[in-house]
Design a binder for this molecule. Structure first.
Ligand code: S3P
Length: 187
């Protein structure tokens, strides 16, 4: 049975933003986490696609990555203006210094981290990620991890989601948020 909605992290009156590599489960875990916390869920990539009326792949192919990144920064800024929610960011969102500063100031950032082997297996199931197209997923993910992990590590908390179920990942995030919130209240 799924756990009842638990708005019992009342002192977290900010958006909870999930960050981390593509394929780690930000969207799936985020959707379930939002339900668990009785909050709205928003996926930044889906919002970018809606705003551009194009898929992420088409934006990369037709407009280029810099244009995608600019749109991503605009969309995240807009989403952070609204009511606190659960936000799944795209894997590159934290790389933009302005977005990073905005997330730091307005959200609780949660880095979802998993073994690259687990992620590589997951991303192999879909062909929607332009950064992986035509490349060996494991090698590409390893290069992305090397460049990005120091940046993701700036998140407010890190949750290892491993190869377990999404439900377990949600519980791990809830536990992490409760601990973070208690630490924050002590300060
Ligand atoms: C990207 C991750 C993707 C998407 C785009 C670029 C990245 O989002 O924003 O393909 O730079 O890591 P997911 O992390 O949701 O797959």
């Amino acid at each position: 049975m799924s756990k009842p909605a638990d708005p019992a992290i009342p002192s977290i009156d900010r958006t909870i933003a999930l960050v981390g590599l593509m394929g780690v489960g930000k969207s799936t875990v985020g959707r379930r986490l939002a339900k668990r916390l009785a909050r709205e869920f928003v996926d930044a990539d889906a919002e970018i696609e809606a705003a551009a009326a194009m898929t992420v792949s088409d934006i990369f192919a037709r407009l280029g990555e810099p244009e995608f990144r600019a749109g991503e920064a605009r969309v995240i800024r807009r989403l952070l203006d609204g009511a606190p929610k659960v936000l799944a960011t795209g894997g590159g969102a934290m790389l933009n210094a302005d977005t990073r500063a905005l997330l730091k100031a307005r959200a609780v950032t949660v880095w979802l981290r998993a073994d690259l082997d687990v992620i590589a297996t997951r991303v192999a199931r879909r062909d929607t990620r332009p950064l992986l197209r035509g490349k060996d997923p494991k090698t590409t993910l390893a290069a992305l991890a090397e460049a990005r992990y120091p940046i993701y590590a700036q998140a407010d908390l890190t949750v290892d989601v491993g190869a377990g179920s999404h439900a377990q990942a949600v519980e791990a995030v809830v536990a992490g948020l409760k601990a973070w919130s208690a630490r924050k209240d002590e300060r």
